[in-house]
Design a protein around this ligand. Structure first.
Ligand SMILES: [Zn+2]
Length: 268
């Protein structure tokens, strides 16, 4: 009975960016080595009864260290949408890369939902390899371990019915514990794909982003995202600047900062 499901509002908050080249973003490089800048987002899912934050971005300190252009604190930016971070009870973490879990400490009481395999990966033997470790901040991982001891981390295996109209789906690939978020909205079932597809181009051309754990799982993750979405207009890649062009600002004052995703995208 899909009609009885909640229809959530979904927002993307753009909090940072960096310049990059096409060759940076595809395994095997790219014959057209043109600019391909990257945006960084966090997401908000809400209706009258529930507020869920998806991913928490990184801090100004980490932006400086990693030479990212920091536009705003994504957690403070929740206030622009009338959401007080202190009141947020649930944060979904798609994975624990530095640009998805930083700022977790700015939520006073939230519980954090992630895949058990992601915690295992980030506290396990592969972190001795810089190839994998460089995408994590050790203090973020330690922070999650501490929060787990306080009962504020919910780890799951595979597919989770998170709430009516919201489910979590393990894909792995980019990291072993990556999960995507399926949300029921007024325009049907959408998927926040996060780093299952950094740009639209990855999923639409079956090409893989350069930060990778298991290439086969990355390709299968594209199919999972497609299967869970009502159409190719219903999935949202994790880092594509096109998202800011395709979707309308959440309010005139939020132009370039927050876009609303539960409305149909513009035709560009
Ligand atoms: Zn990532």
């Amino acid at each position: 009975m899909p009609d009885s499901l909640p229809q959530y509002e979904v927002y993307a908050i753009r909090y940072a960016r960096r310049d990059a080249r096409r060759g940076d973003h595809f395994i095997g490089g790219d014959p057209h080595d043109a600019p391909m800048p990257m945006d960084y987002f966090t997401w908000l899912v809400r209706d009258a009864n529930r507020v869920v934050v998806v991913d928490t971005g990184f801090t100004a300190e980490v932006a400086a260290k990693r030479k990212r252009q920091y536009l705003r604190c994504p957690v403070e930016s929740l206030n622009l949408l009338g959401v007080s971070p202190d009141a947020v009870e649930d944060v979904i973490l798609t994975h624990l890369h530095y640009d998805h879990v930083g700022n977790f400490h700015k939520f006073a009481k939230a519980r954090f939902h992630l895949q058990e395999r992601e915690m295992g990966f980030t506290t396990g033997p592969y972190m001795k390899y810089p190839r994998f470790a460089h995408s994590f901040e050790v203090e973020d991982v330690v922070g999650m371990v501490r929060l787990n001891f306080k009962g504020r981390v919910e780890m799951s295996k595979g597919e989770v019915a998170f709430a009516p109209g919201i489910s979590l789906h393990h894909t792995g690939g980019h990291t072993p514990g990556l999960q995507v978020v399926r949300v029921h909205t007024q325009r049907g079932w959408m998927v926040l794909a996060s780093d299952a597809s950094h740009y639209y181009e990855h999923i639409r051309t079956n090409r893989l982003f350069t930060t990778a754990f298991n290439l086969g799982d990355m390709l299968d993750a594209f199919r999972t995202v497609e299967r869970l979405s009502d159409s190719p207009d219903h999935y949202i890649p994790g880092h594509d600047p096109l998202v800011m062009q395709l979707y309308p600002a959440a309010a005139p004052a939020l132009e370039g900062i927050v876009v609303r995703l539960d409305v149909p995208p513009k035709k560009l």
